[in-house]
Design a protein around this ligand. Structure first.
Ligand SMILES: C[S@@+](CC[C@H](N)C(=O)[O-])C[C@H]1O[C@@H](n2cnc3c(N)ncnc32)[C@H](O)[C@@H]1O
Length: 335
């Protein structure tokens, strides 16, 4: 846990975060990670709208990308090793001639990243605590492994592009593929792809003749950056938002989704449930929800509470494809 490791670090290097130093905080996981950092001298780099919005409201200078310098960079490592390397490179560039603080949980692979770095640079602090590590070095971006790179698009099937760290960045998710294969070719009107990721389902929907427009919604700016490249028509509107808060300008004819069920690395069924509730709130009375879920996930109760009808229309031993109709959350007519 970052906050616990930070308090030990402050005892070891009390001068690191003095008030006159500018800080670049990269990839916070939680709003509380910023508790000890003043909004006056801290820039936050996050691609997650759930952090970007409240931190901006709290007066932090938030940015989804970089072109500035700071005295200290703090990087909270993500699970994706490729993205972790990218963020360390970024932090080293930003804190040119300053300090880089790298923090992460053991479960997210920090031990191997620090080992890899130790071959190239020496750390002033390298301590283990609270199931993770925090390490500090003077910046030496020039000395980082030459194979590390930033913002490099990967190719999938020579058809789609993705970036490190986005969901299913090196293959088409099998659940989403199964859902795509079950979607009716005559889907029509106005719809949304909830948690659109890099745009696999949106790309399929935009190519259906009777579909007029699609909202592709995701909390990750990085994922949407890929989706923009993977979708080719003006039918798609990309929305950087939390599906649970988002309301369609007009009620929708259909929602398609492969909902997430993890938050900060832990199973979070309520998140998937929130997607179902939002679908019910955004659909027309005769609108339809098509979703895929892992077979073991118990969404039946929430579907029962928010839709008049729901049934399994396909799947295999790993996934179920569900069609839900007659949303009960609201009753609205198309305007
Ligand atoms: C299981 S992935 C599916 C991605 C994509 N539809 C596909 O098939 O590859 C779920 C997606 O939901 C996004 N997500 C997670 N929580 C969200 C939220 N509250 N609002 C919007 N998107 C969210 C994640 O960033 C991720 O891209």
């Amino acid at each position: 846990m970052f906050v616990k490791r930070l308090s030990v670090l402050k005892d070891i290097l009390p001068d690191l975060f003095t008030a006159n130093k500018t800080i670049c905080f990269i990839n916070p996981q939680d709003l509380t990670d910023l508790n000890c950092f003043s909004n006056k001298n801290t820039v936050v780099l996050t691609d997650d709208i759930r952090l970007y919005s409240p931190l901006s409201d709290a007066g932090y200078n938030c940015k989804p990308d970089v072109n500035f310098l700071a005295d200290v960079s703090i990087i909270l490592l993500p699970k994706s090793k490729e993205l972790a390397r990218e963020l360390i490179l970024l932090g080293s560039t930003i804190a040119n001639k300053g300090y880089v603080v790298i923090d992460g949980d053991k479960n997210d692979g920090i031990v191997s990243i620090i080992k890899e770095l130790q071959k190239k640079i020496s750390f002033e602090v390298n301590l283990s605590k609270a199931h993770g590590k925090i390490a500090v070095c003077k910046t030496a971006s020039g000395n980082l492994p030459s194979t590390w790179h930033t913002n490099k698009f990967n190719k999938i099937n020579n058809e789609f592009v993705t970036l490190a760290g986005v969901f299913s960045s090196d293959h088409v998710d099998p659940g989403s593929k199964l859902l795509k294969d079950q979607l009716p070719q005559n889907l029509n009107g106005s719809g949304a792809d909830f948690g659109a990721g890099w745009g696999f389902l949106t790309n399929f929907l935009e190519n259906l003749e009777l579909v007029d427009n699609i909202f592709a919604i995701d909390t990750s700016k990085r994922a949407l950056e890929c989706a923009v490249k993977n979708c080719n028509t003006s039918k798609v509107e990309f929305v950087w938002d939390d599906v649970q808060q988002w309301r369609a300008p007009k009620p929708l004819d259909f929602v398609v989704m492969n909902p997430p069920f993890h938050s900060n690395g832990k199973v979070d069924i309520e998140l998937g449930e929130g997607f179902i509730i939002s679908a019910a709130k955004n659909l027309l009375r005769n609108g339809k929800l098509y979703m895929v879920s892992n077979r073991h996930l118990p969404y039946e109760n929430i579907l029962y509470r928010y839709f008049g009808n729901s049934k399994e229309i396909g799947g295999d031993n790993r996934f179920k494809i569900i069609l839900a109709e007659k949303p009960l959350a609201v009753s609205r007519k198309k305007t």
